[in-house]
Design a binder for this molecule. Sequence first.
Ligand code: TXA
Ligand code: MG
Length: 319
Amino acid sequence: MITKDIEKALEVLKQGKLVAIPTETVYGLAGNACNETAITSIFALKQRPTTNPLIVHIKSIKDLEKVSENIPYKAYILAEHFWPGPLTLILPKKPEVSSLITAGNDTVAVRVPDHPMTIELLNKLDFPLVAPSANPYGSISPTSPKHVAGYFDSELEVILDGGACRIGIESTIVGFEKEEVIVYRLGSLLLDEIETLVGPVKLKNSTSANPQAPGMQEKHYAPNKQSYLTENVDQFLTLNSLSNAGVISFQSEILSPRISQQIVLSPKGDLKEASRNLYKAMHQLDLSSVDCIVFESMPKVGLGRTINDKLNRATTKKQ
Ligand code: TXA
Ligand code: MG
């Protein structure tokens, strides 16, 4: 049920059950990080392979050493600067952290989310929350309570209503190998912003080359409808004889009789606005009567790179 009742959410979480929580990026499917039954039920509800580890959400940087140890100094620099916010750090785990969370890895993913309701929850709980995005494995991430209800309404007693997500795409995932800073998943925190603080980073976000790295499934964020990504929508529709198409474009409306529905992500050409609107647009067209969804690729800079990465995964044919 969608509700703003934080007390009810606390009660459900303390019982070891799951609650959908708002964050600044996407909604999370949260459970007690210290309760293995709760952790197991997250994987079950999402139908997520247990080999794909979860992010631990803590209330502040002060709790970082409760879950991780041997923390590189560059991690502190980034955490102090960007938390609360869309940065996930991969760090050596403390033995107390359940290996169910980390999928048997000796590292743990951790972040401080930036949403007042979820911070209030974390402040009132004496355990952190594990929370993957609140969607079935591989499908479109939710950026509103309604999206979560569309997936899990009957399974969740509490879908905490914190409104539409301010940022709308996932956190950037950063780890450390010796002295190097590695970006494992492009997200809403830009590489430039990270590099300003800790110097050059290495991107390990590619797909099949490095399957053990996080967020790597090639098929991800995917609508149910057949979906395509192209730089030139009009030409693509003609060449492939597609009609009754749903189109998600960046800045300008594309004119073609082959298009039945079109969503322009940001008429003023702002990539932040485009990010905020992306998943909502995908949900909307996936539920509409169009036969396929065609995405126009974004400018290849900043958040445009992140969005293109998600769209590549949303439209890839491989499972
Ligand atoms: O913005 C976000 O990060 C959202 C909100 C809810 O916080 N969460 C999110 O979680 O996107 P999820 O589970 O959908 O994606 C987490 C990613 C996965 O790709 C997982 O493989 C990676 O983090 N990950 C988690 N723990 C890891 C670890 N120890 N080592 C490597 N990758 C890890
Ligand atoms: Mg996810």
